[in-house]
Design a protein around this ligand. Structure first.
Ligand SMILES: [Mn+2]
Length: 427
């Protein structure tokens, strides 16, 4: 982690330039009645959870190349997220993935994280691959699904795993369980759509009813992969039906990479919010499918529109949902990619805050499409980077995180400490 002295030294050298930029932007925004100060305040409170599986190098089905210095244990993943957060001041929590992360002493792990300023975001349960502790040492298999499996014993094992992940999350101070199901089938006629769905709904209800008060269950849809013909929770409609079947603590989670090409994700966000079942996000970006590349790197306008819908849902302020990053980095240093993704989410949020919502609503009611576009573009084309940097500085982070990270020599130090071919647990 960067020490407060390191942060201060980094910022002192850049503060005068930043102040000038913020002053200029404040004047520009004031002309259209917008307050830079209030945008900075909103950004200062914004945080996205970092996933424990994104601090190591992810592979593809074709291979995996080590970044070097990758975390070998959950504690080391927490160290990386704490370092990230010391730079961005906007990654204040980590999302674990069980069994990739399976702490033997949850109380100690909780203390370990808290001492580094990191809390536990939503727990993720993995039933898309076999693991000895939940599939009775290989006697049972998730090969043909987990909650949707035709074999009741497998369904029960999958439910047991989810209950155990909730219990673990309680010990860590988490407050949500995210269930992404690989269940589905590859060949037409290979299973029955309805029976699979009903089994999943019944399983989710049991899991839901195990949630302590104040907890949420997230259903996360995805159209295909690993199932290549039909996925049980394929789309937002299925996700909503499953959340409704599970119970009142169940909400839908939108992973930006889990849609077919050109899906109008912002409209999906609006629909789920309208139904009162929007629970959270997995930020990432994609060109083709679940590419898991840097948030905002390919479709920044889509990300902006998603934040516009969130502000609509919150009547001008960001609803208190679970905001998380879900990416898997193949080539970049994972921490650098998380720095860029966190920045991209904050930029989109700031731009959305600049929209004159009353003027937009009036223009919509006048059917003035050109003015509507103008109002959106005025916000989207504004370079809000100084506001994001200033919010980061005020929250305790650095003005230019990528630069500070490289100057810190963190990766080189970790390569020396952890090795050049270290592999993160689960990857
Ligand atoms: Mn996801």
């Amino acid at each position: 982690m960067l020490t407060p002295d390191q942060v201060q030294a980094h910022n002192e050298a850049r503060q005068a330039d930043l102040e000038a930029d913020v002053e200029h932007l404040t004047a520009v925004l004031a002309r259209s009645g917008k307050s830079a100060a209030s945008v900075i305040d909103s950004l200062e409170a914004f945080s996205v959870a970092a996933p424990s599986w994104a601090v190591g190098s992810g592979g593809t089905r074709f291979g995996r190349f080590a970044i070097g210095g990758e975390p070998r244990t959950t504690e080391e993943k927490i160290d990386d997220v704490a370092t990230l957060n010391s730079l961005t001041a906007a990654n204040r929590s980590i999302s674990l993935h069980v069994p990739w992360d399976e702490p033997t002493d949850p109380a100690a792990l909780k203390q370990y994280a808290l001492s580094r300023g990191v809390r536990f975001a939503a727990m993720n349960s993995n039933t898309f691959q076999d693991n000895p502790s939940t599939t009775e040492n290989g006697r049972l298999t998730y090969k043909f699904g987990s909650l949707a499996n035709a074999d009741q014993a497998v369904r029960e094992a999958a439910i047991e795993h989810n209950l155990a992940v909730i219990d673990l999350g309680v010990k860590l101070g988490s407050d949500a369980l995210c269930i992404w199901l690989a269940d589905g089938f590859n060949h037409p006629g290979g299973a029955d759509h309805r029976r699979q769905f009903e089994r999943v709904a019944a399983g989710l209800k049991v899991i839901h009813d195990h949630l302590p008060s104040g907890w949420q269950l997230f259903t996360e849809h995805k159209p295909f992969e690993p199932a290549f013909f039909a996925t049980v929770n394929a789309d937002w409609g299925s996700s909503l039906l499953l959340a409704q079947a599970a119970g009142p603590k169940a909400n839908c989670l939108v992973d930006l990479g889990h849609h077919l090409p050109n899906a109008n994700i912002e409209q999906i966000v609006s629909r789920l919010a309208m139904a009162g079942r929007l629970g959270g996000f997995h930020f990432n970006d994609a060109k083709y499918a679940d590419d898991d590349v840097t948030t905002g790197s390919i479709k920044p306008f889509q990300l902006f529109l998603v934040f516009c819908e969130l502000l609509n849902a919150g009547d001008g302020s960001l609803p208190a949902l679970a905001y998380m990053i879900d990416q898997s980095h193949n080539l970049k240093d994972p921490l650098e990619d998380l720095i860029q993704s966190t920045e991209a989410a904050a930029l989109a949020y700031a731009q959305a805050l600049l929209i004159d919502r009353a003027a937009l609503r009036a223009a919509q009611d006048e059917n003035d499409a050109a003015l509507c576009q103008e109002l959106l573009q005025r916000a989207f084309r504004t370079d809000v980077r100084p506001l994001v940097a200033e919010a980061r500085r005020r929250a305790g982070g650095v003005i230019t995180p990528l630069e500070a990270y490289r100057e810190s020599g963190y990766r080189q130090a970790k390569i020396a400490e952890r090795g050049s071919d270290a592999v993160a647990s689960g990857l």
